[in-house]
Each structure stands twice: as structure tokens, then as C-alpha cells.
Design a binder for this molecule. Structure first.
Ligand code: MGD
Ligand code: SF4
Length: 721
């Protein structure tokens, strides 16, 4: 047919952390269609977002040349003029304030190689550890949870656990809308075997909850108490596995004291189902029921996402899910694993693995550890002592410092902070200042951050460049370049290299001809660590539909289960025990005592309800991409507020009425959607709409450990507008 592509090029979906494989259909050098890759884990399925890419690539809002802001207006400029100004401003900031006066703010949607490169340029080339990115808003608590429990970041299992699980617990995740193709796999598992039990723990009765045997609706923020109570029931019903936890687990108090199992039982006495019913609003009978489901199953897998991560107790909530797996031994067997779902397509691969945060270095190394810095300096061939031993500023601290013009020059790439940061008015006010400077690499003119940047660089988009994404299950896949960049657009790799050269970065720090060189260096850098990407050569990646790390040799198939002898290549074949949590010095994972504590801003007399925010199925984050697709825009044209029927009745609110939302920070009017999705006392607003930015109302309180903001809970007042 006339519209048939003349070529199909293997790639990966641009959106969620499911990481579906796609085939990009090319005709006359243009991307004309997209279909699912039948050989990838998604088995050819895609959701609408993943399938409807062409109108995004060719949207009329594409930025196709550089711009400089002059007298308040963005005016076209040449690449040389734009990059010349970036160089001048960054050099001035360095001269005035030293390396802490500059910063990089990147993304879990940038390619792995791009984040590795940016982090290296700033940390090794310019002496600044102010390297952050939107994964701090997204997965930081999961990182904190894994590192404190297992000693190493990233999930232990893989998507194939879904097919073997007999109980699946989904907590703090609206998987059906946020990871639709993965949710399809869960629903298919349930359909094929109705004896498989599904538990959904969520204060909203989302579409995810509609396949649940038990939907647990609780007072927002009290899930920590529920998880502790499940542990209490599991022990009291003798559903725990002393053989497992006796051999492979340490029990640890909140202040890091090693104690015994009896002390844990004592700690849990505050969380009997009857006590937790009073805290959470969940009946003791339901807590007992789900705990038994979890413990009695032959293999339980738990999934969670932002509902646990975007909390001031995010790390603790993550620990508490892993506790249940370590208590019961539901770990390291097919179908049995704790599993955090990643929000973005490359938050794992790009940022966490390659160390694109202010306290990290590649492959799980830490800036504050001298041995880690020195090992990396040696591998990078740069003088010992080059890397600054002091971690940089985390995301909220970095943007606070930029707003106060203490950080003077910021490089923003592949993220839209003027829309996505919490309590965003503070930060957009800061971006307006004349005494700081922001350069933005962005493909779309209507992204909110474009309004505030001083230089705008036209970024090549998705199919216009080459590199890797690493999705939730540690699977890395290659995105091949399939079309030429529009106009004067350049891949972020080229933009970053140009920046580094202009800044006079030592050529030993950036010895790359092309993006494949960066990948090969990353393989080498990972090789001495449990990450080990050595076997993932570019030649292999060209053909394979993704490989799961660790993958130490070219004939290694990739690793589905970590920490188990015979599965994880980091454990010697003659290791005397079956499990080895090698991230911990004694090979034992940790069951943490994490008490329930309330949210940063509990409802009160003035603001008596709870506001929560999140995604809808058809939109991606700040909407810069999905709002360009007519079908997706039509299905969710504008943000709204979801109100429970009882609350609506009490306030005289009808479906479709305008409703005023007020928090301590700002107020805004939304259309009401009255339904039974939210529990009474809770309202939900999706955050994709640039015309109705809910982040003007949200709170920037952060988790003490992970520094991740509490997007999921703040106090709000609603009234008919
Ligand atoms: P995106 O819309 O994904 O949101 O926040 P952002 O990262 O700010 O922004 C990506 C930007 O990169 C877009 O403007 C897009 O057009 C641009 N882009 C696309 N491709 C490329 C490319 O190849 N190169 C370059 N240079 N640019 C590109 C996400 C953040 O938001 C995250 S990760 C989470 S988890 C938080 N979630 C959240 C929430 O749940 N509720 C609320 N209220 N706020 C939230 N904010 C957080
Ligand atoms: Fe893309 Fe996620 Fe949809 Fe898969 S489920 S097609 S990765 S948005």
C-alpha cells in the first residue's frame, strides 16, 4: 500500500518505565508509524501513547533552531552565538562562585550515554557535583529503600515473575494507567488462573483496583502502619519463614542497632490489626485477610511506584514492603520478589545506574567514599583527587539555591522543571531573576520552562538519535537512529560535547568520537562492580530486544534473578549458601523497624481534605508530547478534580461544576469529576495540564533520606467556585 513504511527500525517507547520495544516505520526518511516489537517483553503490545508518536515528532511546536532571550523575548540565534553565551555565563559563574555556583538538571528520559556524559563533564571536568535530575522527584526513595535493605540499588526480579506469581500485591501504584502494558500482563495472569490473588492497596479505587480480590482503601499516609500490621499477622499466623530470615536477614532498629527477631515482634506490638484499624480506617479483618494472602501464596510479587516513593517517609515505605518479602522468603524464586516500578523510560538506566545524582558516581559508587572516587579516577585516566569529595545539592536544594541566585548558571536538559517541581511558584519566580542564567535543551516551544530560559537549544527528539534506555526490570535496549534531526536540531550528546569543549574540559575526560564510545566506556567502568555490563556490546544490542544486567560476558544471557547462586553471576558457583545479599558486608539483607509517622502536612480545620496528584493513562507528565496527539488530547483535554460522591453531596458540588481548590501555597479552579474513585476526604488532580498546573498548590517537603518531595499528600480546602 502507498502508506506502507519502506523500513522498520527497532527502538524503545519514549514514555513509561515499562520500556516496551517498538518498531519505527520509516517512509521517505520520515517516521510515519509505530508498532510493538513482538520479540520484546511487551510481546508486540503498546498503549496508545507508545503507538501515536508521529504527530509528536512533526508537531508545529518543534524548536528547530537556537534562541537567545533579549529584552525579555526569545530571538533566533546561531548555534555559535547561543553556545558562546552559555560558555560566557558558565565561565562567569565559575569565576565568581566556584564549581558550586553551576549546576546540571537532567532527566530519566535522557539516554544513558547522555546522562553518563553530563555527569562526567560536571563532576570530573568542571569540579561540580551539582548534578541532579527529575529521578529525584520519582525514584529516589526506591533507591534509598533498596540500598538500605539490600546494600545495592535496583530490583532483584524481572517482569517474568508476573507469570509465576500466585499472589500480586500492588501498593501505591496505579499500574493500569501508568504502566498499562505491564498491567495487561498482570491482568492476563489473573485471567489465565483465577486462583492468583491480587491485592491493591490505594486510597483511590483506580482501574488497577478493579481486578483486585481485595482493594484496601486507607487514610492517605497510613500505609506504613498497614505494612507493619501485615508483618504482625504473618508472624502470628506462622506464615513467616524462620529458615530464610534466620539465615539471610539482620533485624535493625530505626537508629541502626542490630537486634533479634524477638525485638522485632515487640516493635510490631504497636501494629496489631485492631490498633492499625484505628490509624488507617482499614478493618482489622481486611488487614488479616491480605496478610494471609501474601504469606500463604506459593510466590508473592509486590509492585509499587510513586504512591510510596513521593512521600516524606518514602524510603521507610519501601523498606516495609521488602520486609514482608524477607520475612516470608518470597524473594529470589520465580514469581516472588519486591519490585519497584520506575516512572520514566530511563530513570534506572540513565540516572541511577550511571550515577547522575549529586551524591553518586557510576555503578553504585558514592562520591563521599574516597576509594570509590579513586577507583573511578583511575578508570577515567584522570589525576587522583580530581573529583570533589563533597556531594552536591539535591534537586530541591539546587533549585532553592538557583532561586536565590547562589547557583548562578544551570544547564537543564530533557525535563520541564517550571511545570514539574513541587510548590513551583517559588522556582519560576527564581527563574525570572536577571542575576542567574538557565540554558534549556528542549524540542518543544510550548514547554513551560521555555518561558523562563535564557538560551533555548533545539534538541533532536527520540527517533532522531541513538543510544540506550534501561527500564524497570534492569533491561537495557538500544534505540537506533531512524530519521535525521529536524532543522538545526542536535542530539543532546553533541550539545553536551560542544559545551564541554567550550568550557575547556580536559580532553581526557571526553575522549569520544561518537555516542557508542560513551557506551563502551560505561561497560568498562561497570565491569569491576556488580552492575557489570561488559557483555552488552553494541553489536549484541543492535540485534537483541534488550538485555538484563548484570551481563559479564558476551555469551551471558542476562540476569533475571539477583542475589541467588546459579542465577546472579556475581555469586561464585561454589558459594556455600543459596542466597548472598552481597551489597551488605555479611551477605544478609535488613528487616528495618520503621514506625508509622504522619504526612508533612496533615489535613486541619482550615484545609480539611487531602490533595493527591498523579498521571492519567493518555498523558505523559507535563503534556509537552502527548498533548500534540489529537486522539490523546481529546480523551483528556484539561485537568480536573476528582471528588468523592459523599464529599460532593456535602458541598453541593455536581459533576462538571467549577470548584475552587486552595492550599497554603496557591489556589486554582478545576472542573469537578464526581465519582467513587477517591475515598471521602481525598481529592485527586492529574498534573499534565500546563494551563492548570497543580504544582502551584503542591508541597515541597522532602524525605530526610531520599530528598524526594511529598507530591502525594498535602492539605487542601475545596468549595464551589
Ligand atoms: P516531562 O514532561 O517528562 O516532565 O517532570 P519533567 O521531567 O519536568 O519533561 C520532559 C521534557 O523533556 C519535556 O519538556 C519534553 O518535551 C522534553 N524532551 C523530550 N525529549 C527530549 C530529548 O530528547 N531531549 C531534550 N533535551 N528534551 C526532550 C517529571 C517529574 O515530575 C517526575 S519524573 C515525577 S515522577 C514527578 N511526578 C509528579 C507527580 O506525580 N505529581 C506532580 N504533581 N508532580 C510531579 N512532578 C514530577
Ligand atoms: Fe510506552 Fe509504557 Fe505504553 Fe509501553 S506501557 S507503550 S512503555 S507508555
Amino acid at each position: 500500500a502507498a502508506d506502507e513504511p519502506d523500513q522498520w527500525v527497532k527502538s524503545v517507547c519514549r514514555f513509561c518505565g515499562t520500556g516496551c520495544g517498538v518498531m519505527v516505520g520509516i517512509k521517505n526518511g520520515k517516521c510515519v508509524t509505530v508498532k510493538g516489537d513482538p520479540n520484546n517483553h511487551n510481546r508486540g503490545f503498546l498503549c496508545l501513547k507508545g503507538a501515536l508518536m508521529p504527530p509528536i515528532v512533526y508537531s508545529k511546536e518543534r524548536v528547530t533552531r537556537p534562541y537567545i532571550r533579549r529584552n525579555g523575548k526569545l530571538e533566533p540565534a546561531s548555534w555559535d552565538e547561543a553556545m558562546g553565551l552559555v560558555e560566557k555565563k558558565f565561565k562567569e559563574a565559575l569565576a565568581e562562585g566556584g564549581p558550586t555556583a553551576i549546576g546540571y538538571y537532567g532527566s530519566g528520559q535522557a539516554l544513558t550515554e547522555e546522562t553518563y556524559l553530563a555527569s562526567k563533564i560536571f563532576k570530573a571536568g568542571l569540579g561540580s557535583n551539582n548534578v541532579e535530575g527529575n529521578p529525584r522527584l520519582c525514584m529516589a526513595s526506591a533507591v534509598g529503600g533498596y540500598v538500605t535493605t539490600f546494600g545495592k540499588d535496583e530490583p532483584c526480579g524481572s517482569y517474568s515473575d508476573i507469570d509465576a506469581a500466585t499472589c500480586i500485591m500492588i501498593i501505591g501504584s496505579n499500574m493500569s494507567e501508568c504502566h498499562p502494558v505491564l498491567f495487561k500482563r498482570v491482568a492476563s495472569r489473573k485471567q489465565a488462573d483465577p486462583n492468583v490473588k491480587i491485592i491493591v492497596i490505594d486510597p483511590r479505587r483506580t482501574n488497577t483496583a478493579r481486578i483486585a480480590d481485595e482493594h484496601v482503601s486507607f487514610k492517605p499516609g497510613t500505609d506504613l502502619a498497614i505494612l507493619n500490621s501485615m508483618a504482625w499477622v504473618i508472624i502470628n499466623e506462622e506464615l513467616d519463614s524462620p529458615r530464610f530470615h534466620g539465615k539471610y536477614v539482620n533485624f535493625m532498629t530505626n537508629d541502626k542497632k542490630k537486634v533479634d527477631f524477638d525485638a522485632y515482634m515487640k516493635f510490631l506490638e504497636d501494629y496489631t490489626p485492631e490498633k492499625v484499624e484505628k490509624i488507617s480506617g482499614v478493618s482489622a479483618a481486611q488487614i488479616r485477610k491480605i496478610a494471609k494472602m501474601f504469606g500463604e501464596a506459593s510466590a508473592t510479587t509486590s509492585f509499587w511506584c510513586m504512591g510510596l516513593n513521593q512521600r516524606i517517609r518514602g524510603v521507610w515505605a519501601n523498606n516495609l514492603v521488602s520486609n514482608l518479602h524477607l520475612l516470608t522468603g518470597h524473594i529470589g524464586k520465580p514469581g516472588a520478589t519486591p519490585f519497584s516500578l520506575t516512572g520514566q523510560p530511563n530513570a534506572c538506566g540513565g540516572v541511577r545506574d550511571t550515577g547522575g545524582l549529586c551524591h553518586l558516581l557510576p555503578a553504585g559508587r558514592l562520591i563521599k567514599k574516597e576509594a570509590h572516587r579513586n577507583a573511578l579516577e583511575k578508570q577515567w585516566g584522570i589525576p587522583k583527587g580530581t573529583i570533589n569529595p563533597k556531594p552536591g545539592l539535591h534537586t530541591i536544594a539546587l533549585w532553592n539555591a538557583f532561586s536565590e541566585a547562589k547557583v548562578k548558571a544551570m544547564f537543564v536538559l530533557c525535563t520541564n522543571p517550571a511545570h514539574s517541581l513541587p510548590n513551583v511558584n517559588i522556582y519560576t519566580e527564581g527563574m525570572k531573576r536577571k542575576d542567574n542564567f538557565m540554558v534549556l535543551s528542549e524540542p518543544f516551544m510550548d514547554a513551560e520552562s521555555v518561558k523562563y530560559c535564557d538560551v533555548l537549544l533545539p534538541a533532536a527528539f527520540w527517533c532522531e538519535k541513538r543510544g540506550t534506555y534501561g527500564c524497570s526490570e534492569r533491561r537495557y535496549s538500544l534505540l537506533k537512529k531512524s530519521t535525521e534531526p529536524l532543522g538545526e536540531c542536535k542530539p543532546d550528546f553533541e550539545i553536551l560535547m560542544d559545551f564541554a569543549k567550550r568550557m575547556g574540559v580536559d580532553s581526557r575526560v571526553i575522549p569520544y568520537e561518537n555516542i557508542d564510545d560513551v557506551w563502551n566506556e560505561w561497560r568498562m567502568v561497570s565491569a569491576a562492580t556488580p552492575y557489570n555490563f561488559s557483555g552488552m556490546t553494541r553489536e549484541r544490542m543492535e540485534k537483541a530486544s534488550g538485555i538484563l544486567w548484570p551481563c559479564p560476558t558476551e555469551d551471558h544471557p542476562g540476569t533475571k534473578i539477583r542475589y541467588v547462586r546459579g542465577e546472579d553471576p556475581n555469586i561464585p558457583k561454589d558459594y556455600p549458601k543459596k542466597y548472598n545479599f552481597y551489597g551488605k558486608p555479611d551477605g544478609r539483607a535488613v528487616i528495618w523497624f520503621r514506625p508509622y509517622k504522619g504526612a508533612a502536612e496533615e489535613p486541619n480545620e482550615e484545609y480539611p481534605m487531602v490533595l493527591t496528584t498523579g498521571r492519567v493513562i493518555d498523558h505523559w507528565h507535563t503534556g509537552t508530547m502527548t498533548m500534540k496527539v489529537p486522539e490523546l488530547r481529546r480523551s483528556f483535554p484539561a485537568a480536573y478534580v476528582e471528588v468523592n460522591i459523599e464529599d460532593a453531596k456535602a458541598k453541593g458540588i455536581q459533576n462538571g461544576d467549577n470548584v475552587l481548590l486552595e492550599t497554603k501555597r496557591d489556589k486554582m479552579v478545576f472542573r469537578a469529576k464526581v465519582s467513587d474513585v477517591c475515598r471521602p476526604g481525598l481529592i485527586f488532580v492529574p498534573w499534565y495540564d500546563a494551563n492548570l498546573m497543580i504544582n502551584k498548590l503542591t508541597l515541597n517537603a522532602i524525605d530526610k533520606g531520599s530528598k524526594q518531595p511529598e507530591f502525594k499528600i498535602c492539605a487542601v480546602r475545596i468549595s464551589k467556585a
